[in-house]
Design a binder for this molecule. Structure first.
Ligand code: DI6
Ligand code: FE
Length: 402
């Protein structure tokens, strides 16, 4: 007897198991049990069974989208900063004048956990309605232990309440808090001696991240953060080469980071180091677009080197108020020259790899999570082609229609 208790039929599947094509199966069937895929193939090859049949009624099924880089828990918003930038103020100048990330820190410290939850839930529901079934959420707007913990607890409770796989990342090394102005090293002491150890012991983070940039932390400071993370067995990621080249991606590769993210100013030597280390390049077209950046990440070089490229929303109140991962797939194609196949890989299997979940998420495969989306489309390329619209017909998470 086949080992599934529900069988989904009535669609073509883009399994994403191959790196060369969509891994298509026409007229496919997916059998699930205990939240996992236990059978997958053409419906014509289905063995005899007594399982419940659910007909999804046409379209394509893909792995649920994986948004591997978000900051969706935060207080307040930065629409006033957006208006200032439209009038010519730069992101860096606003940050140096005490606005930017630090203004969200004030609003996040002042917000209750309930208020943070309610606001973040709306944003997460928007991402989920557009096909996301797995999401990463960073802290980084607390910059003190109490508020970093508050953010991560809110993120964990979002994952418990909503039908989504949610990974949390401690981004205490995101910016220098106002009370440590001019004392970045002393703040890194706090991050390494108090914040990361307490968060690791409380089991609140699945990974550690930092911001390596002129307006944030140096390579030497981030190296201390990485050493601390590794001492607590936490995998690492990095925001690097977003606004300038500091060589953070080379450091990330040396530390075998899961991913290095942004990468507009990535050097060739660091791209090669990422290829050798297996560090995923997370491309964030929303931040590029919203900041009117003109320097493109070196996509062709990353492609030639075989560096896996993920695409994420970077959902945050400053550089990327983005609520659709599919829109990011379109921008990756239109702005950066991704193919629609690479864009879907970036939002499925490579996104999962950037979270250390490449063995369980991001592909339709026996033994993987039964997380998938049925889309109202004729061809997989439409997922990158349409801007907006309601393409999701059904979402299945852990084997259940949600
Ligand atoms: N880069 C980003 O794109 C986000 N953080 C970072 O280091 C933006 C954070 C913000 O502007 O609030
Ligand atoms: Fe970010």
């Amino acid at each position: 007897m086949p080992s599934f208790d529900t069988i989904y039929v009535g669609f073509h599947a883009a399994t994403m198991v191959s790196t060369k094509d969509y891994g298509p199966i026409e007229n496919a069937a997916i059998g699930v049990k205990h939240g996992q895929i236990t059978w997958l193939g053409p419906v014509s090859e289905l063995p005899n069974h007594t399982a419940t049949i659910i007909d999804l009624g046409g379209g394509w099924v893909t792995p649920g989208l994986v948004d591997c880089h978000t900051h969706l828990v935060f207080g307040g918003d930065r629409s006033a900063e957006y208006e200032m930038r439209l009038q010519g103020a730069s992101y860096q100048a606003i940050a140096k004048a005490g606005g930017g990330i630090v203004s969200t820190v004030t609003d996040t410290r002042n917000a209750s956990a309930e208020a943070l939850f309610t606001a973040a839930e709306k944003r997460l529901c928007a991402l989920m309605a557009d096909g996301v079934t797995c999401v990463e959420v960073k802290s980084g707007y607390g910059l003190d232990l109490v508020t970093e913990e508050k953010m991560l607890r809110v993120a964990r409770s979002l994952g418990e309440k909503l039908s989504v796989t949610l990974q949390t990342t401690c981004l205490a090394a995101h910016a220098i808090p106002p009370e440590y102005q001019g004392q970045a090293d002393a703040y890194i002491d706090l991050v390494c001696e108090e914040i990361i150890p307490a968060i690791a012991k409380a089991g609140l983070a699945d990974a550690v991240d930092g911001f390596c940039e002129g307006i944030a932390f140096s390579v030497a400071q981030i190296e201390r953060v990485f050493d601390t993370a590794l001492a607590f067995d936490l995998p690492i990621k990095l925001h690097a080469e977003q606004l300038s080249n500091l060589g953070g991606s080379g450091l990330a590769a040396r530390y075998k980071a899961l991913s290095s993210d942004h990468l507009e100013y990535l050097s060739d030597a660091d791209a090669k180091a990422m290829a050798i280390a297996g560090t995923v390049a997370v491309i964030l077209p929303g931040a590029f677009f919203c900041l009117k950046e003109t320097k493109q990440p070196p996509i062709q070089r990353l492609r030639e080197l075989g560096v896996p490229m993920a695409i994420a929303s970077d959902c945050n109140p400053g550089s990327a108020p983005v609520l659709s991962l599919r829109l990011m797939m379109n921008m990756a194609c239109t702005l950066f020259g991704f193919t629609p196949l690479e864009a879907l890989q970036g939002a499925t299997r490579h996104g999962a790899q950037a979270l250390g979940l490449g063995h369980s998420h991001g592909q339709l495969k026996v033994g993987y999570a039964a997380d998938f989306v049925c889309w109202e489309i004729q061809k997989p390329a439409e997922l990158s082609y349409w801007l907006g619209g309601q393409l999701v017909k059904h979402r299945v998470v852990a084997g259940q229609i949600t």
